[in-house]
Design a protein around this ligand. Structure first.
Ligand SMILES: Cc1cc2nc3c(=O)[nH]c(=O)nc-3n(C[C@H](O)[C@H](O)[C@H](O)COP(=O)(O)O)c2cc1C
Length: 249
């Protein structure tokens, strides 16, 4: 397994350090896969740059200790790998093909990890990626209702997708425990999650904080959740039951 610095988490060795040739090959492979996806008829493409996977390992100072052009003390420097991929993918699919990039502060290897601790750092992280060709930033949070920088705009302040949209001008998707009372790590432990009110979501949508909302577990357990939300029957949303993972609804 390849990684920026042979680390899967801070002080956790795993995999081999990528050479510059490995990096070039990987960027080219992303571009080839994107071109193939378009040729096969897909309408859009989402790159996974979140949750502690390869692209995110380049973003994170805990896993990127490189001293070449793909590492550095700042998030802008550590975003170079992602920017190269986005540019190559954009060239491969052309200008009129929607391109989404999934990003997160948190990692599977560090729930409290943060790539950007201020709006300025968030701009340095995300703006170059939008400039490189991303249309939509898919901003993953464990709980969408949590404000990203409460010190600045308070406990009801913008969430991650809200700040990303404000700072970059790109469209954004918010995600994380929509309609549910606990985050998805509980699901890995075999736990369910009760249904939760959607008031906070509606408030944020009314103020145009972000453009789209993604759902995971609610849809896994309740195939009718979109219709229920549309027709105002939110009281009958089922929540998430871990046992439903074994069944196709
Ligand atoms: C059973 C299950 C498996 C998941 N597997 C992955 C995964 O392999 N990689 C990943 O990045 N996210 C994974 N996720 C997280 C989802 O992509 C999504 O971000 C998360 O479920 C948030 O949406 P929700 O809170 O509405 O469920 C998984 C989630 C669930 C419930």
């Amino acid at each position: 397994m390849e990684s920026p610095s042979g680390l899967v988490g801070p002080d956790t060795p795993r995999g081999v350090v990528m050479t510059e040739e490995d990096i070039a090959d990987t960027v080219a492979a992303f571009a080839q896969a994107a071109a193939d996806a378009k040729r096969l008829g897909f309408d859009t493409l989402e790159l996974h740059g979140a949750h502690g996977y390869l692209i995110d390992q380049f973003f994170w100072s805990g896993t990127n200790k490189r001293t070449d052009a793909f590492g550095g003390a700042t998030i802008r420097e550590r975003s170079r790998f992602a920017a190269d991929i986005v540019r190559a993918v954009r060239t491969a699919v052309g200008s009129d093909f929607p391109l989404i990039l999934r990003v997160s502060q948190w990692k599977q290897q560090g729930y409290k990890a943060r790539l950007a601790t201020s709006p300025q750092e968030m701009t340095e992280w995300l703006a170059p990626l939008v400039e490189a060709g991303v249309d939509i930033l898919h901003c993953s949070q464990r709980r969408f209702w949590e404000p990203e920088f409460p010190d600045i705009d308070g406990e009801h302040g913008l969430n991650f997708a809200g700040w990303a949209k404000k700072l970059t001008g790109a469209a954004t998707i918010s995600v994380g425990s929509v309609g549910l009372s606990s985050d998805f790590f509980a699901a890995f432990g075999g736990e369910g999650s009760g249904a939760a009110a959607l008031d906070n979501l509606y408030t944020r949508m009314e103020r145009d904080e972000f453009d789209l909302i993604a759902v995971g577990r609610v849809l896994l357990s309740d195939a009718h959740c979109a219709e229920k939300v549309q027709s105002g029957q939110t009281d009958s949303l089922r929540g998430f039951n871990a046992a439903d993972l074994a069944v196709l609804a």
